[in-house]
Design a protein around this ligand. Structure first.
Ligand SMILES: *[C@@H]1O[C@H](CO)[C@@H](O)[C@H](O)[C@H]1NC(C)=O
Ligand SMILES: *[C@@H]1O[C@H](CO)[C@@H](O)[C@H](O)[C@H]1NC(C)=O
Length: 477
């Protein structure tokens, strides 16, 4: 290893010369539904939820080809894993192509695959076999990725990488041979970062940005519609997850205008400024820390202390939890409260089905809230430019979201009926003077009966590099 070789100068050489042959491993068993459905009663896996929250805090302490192709807009199917815990899609690498499921993470920028030489990957993880690709090249650079919920370490390599009809060759990625426990789980083999190159630990150009630079995308943007199964007691561990549209939007999944707000910084995270939060139509105090990363790789919403206190203080019966759950709040399971967030345009309501994570214990009438204090406990302090809020899937399930590179901005629109519909009509910023009667969220809620239970025996920990949180539980019927 020559640590002095910095990425852009790293020499890529034939893999077989650069690295020892991978260890022999047991034949892989890759079940489509790898675990039993976790529809059984139990209590919240508080250890794991607390660990996940810590992971999110930790995360934010961290700081081509010339082939010309026709520009396209293409839909990529997504899978919803663990009742909205994470969203993944298939990516192929190598010649001939080897297919893997990677978490789609707008909160990080590195691309990595677990490889056959991974000794610490969980059993059953589908592994990239570098020696089976005739086009792979390895560098001598070994790097470590620090994620909220763990670490992944490996060698910088490059090879052909494809997603749907799009190909980047060569695409630089990390061939991971060491991961901390639980960083990826089951069918997942890695993470595809969808933020900007500026926060890539490897320094490499992210796949989506390579497509943009090579004029492969019709429009300089990609869009997400992600599904909700949190309120579906019959949900399997894997369900249809929605659609990632690369190179544009798909009007099938949204209605009305897309409200674009400028990204408050460029080159790193997809940042937005939180302009206001309302609870049942009444504006609440959120303090001055308003920089938010819009992050598909985080399950919940992490916010600064002032905002979390402002929000939950406006919910009748809400109480802060303590001990390992410090930073979380519980609220009466029967409460049908609507929390809405504005980033400068409309105020977007969050369904109670997303806000309510289930009872805090068997038979308890208090339920766990999905907005937690990202600062409490460790007081990490915020480095300049790092997000103070992490707006994850709890919010993103309620809108159609568009990540636009030029100019850097994020857009939200109401979901179409075909996409399940949004949770209510967006309101103006600061609705304190309005009626406050936001439409009742769609979809039945049986939250009073829900309980948090560990997902399978191992729990899910899906990390995202600088990204976030991974929940580790699902709701029981
Ligand atoms: C990741 O690595 C850092 C330092 O290398 C270490 O302090 C930390 O405990 C590791 N995290 C995990 C989850 O292994
Ligand atoms: C939009 O999505 C619908 C439903 O999946 C699909 O039939 C249609 O082809 C998509 N449109 C475009 C332009 O990709």
């Amino acid at each position: 290893m020559l640590p002095s070789i910095i990425f852009p100068l790293a020499l890529f050489v034939s893999y077989s010369v650069a690295a020892a042959p991978p260890r022999h491993r047991e034949p892989l068993h890759i079940p489509v539904l790898r675990r039993q459905n976790a529809r059984r009663s139990g209590t919240a896996d508080l250890d794991r939820i607390a660990a996940s929250a810590q992971a999110t805090k930790d995360k934010f302490r961290l700081t081509s080809s010339s082939l010309s192709r026709r520009a396209q807009t293409t839909d990529i199917g997504i899978t919803n894993q663990g009742q909205d815990t994470s969203y993944f899609a298939q990516v192929s690498v190598g010649t001939p192509p080897q297919n893997f499921d990677l978490v789609l993470d707008t909160g990080s920028s590195d691309l990595w695959f677990a490889t056959a030489s991974c000794v610490s990957c969980s059993q059953g993880t589908p592994l990239l076999q570098p020696t089976r690709s005739t086009t792979i090249q390895a560098s001598s650079q070994r790097i470590s990725l620090s994620y909220g919920s763990g670490n992944a370490t490996g060698i910088v390599m490059q090879d052909t990488v494809s997603m749907g009809p799009f190909t980047v060759n060569p695409q630089v990625f990390i061939a991971v041979d060491q991961v901390s426990d639980g960083l990826i789980d089951g069918q997942l083999s890695g993470i595809m970062g969808l933020a900007f190159q500026g926060i890539a630990n490897s320094g490499a150009l992210p796949f989506w940005q390579a497509l943009l630079n090579q004029n492969q995308l019709t429009n300089p943007e990609f869009s997400f519609f992600i599904t909700r199964f949190l309120n579906d007691p019959t949900a399997q561990s894997e369900e249809p997850g929605g659609v990632l549209t690369l190179g544009g939007t798909n009007s099938t999944f949204f209605q009305g205008n897309i409200d674009f707000q400028p990204s408050t910084s460029t080159g790193g995270f997809w940042l937005q400024s939180v302009a206001g939060v309302s609870v049942d139509g009444k504006t609440v105090s959120i303090g001055n820390a308003v920089t938010a990363a819009i992050d598909t790789g985080t399950t919940l919403i992490g916010a600064p202390t002032a905002a979390v206190n402002g929000i939950w203080s406006a919910v009748k019966g809400a109480v802060p939890l303590s001990g390992q759950m410090a930073g979380f709040w519980s609220f009466p399971c029967s409460t049908q409260v609507t929390v809405s967030i504005s980033f400068g345009g409309p105020s977007w309501p969050i369904s109670i089905d997303d806000l309510n994570l289930g009872t805090v214990g068997a038979g308890n009438s208090q339920c766990l809230g999905a907005i937690f204090d990202i600062e409490l406990g460790t007081g990490p302090g915020q480095a300049a430019g790092t997000p103070e809020w992490i707006v994850g899937d709890t919010f993103l399930k309620n809108v159609y979201s568009v990540f636009r590179a030029q100019p850097p901005s994020v857009g939200f629109a109401q979901l179409s009926a075909a996409a399940g519909g949004s949770s209510g009509t967006p309101g103006p910023v600061g609705t304190a003077k309005l009626t406050g009667s936001l439409p009742t969220p769609t979809g039945g809620s049986n939250s009073a009966q829900r309980q948090l239970v560990p997902f399978g025996n191992t729990g899910i920990v899906v990390a995202s590099a600088l990204s976030l949180l991974t929940t580790v539980f699902v709701l029981a019927a």
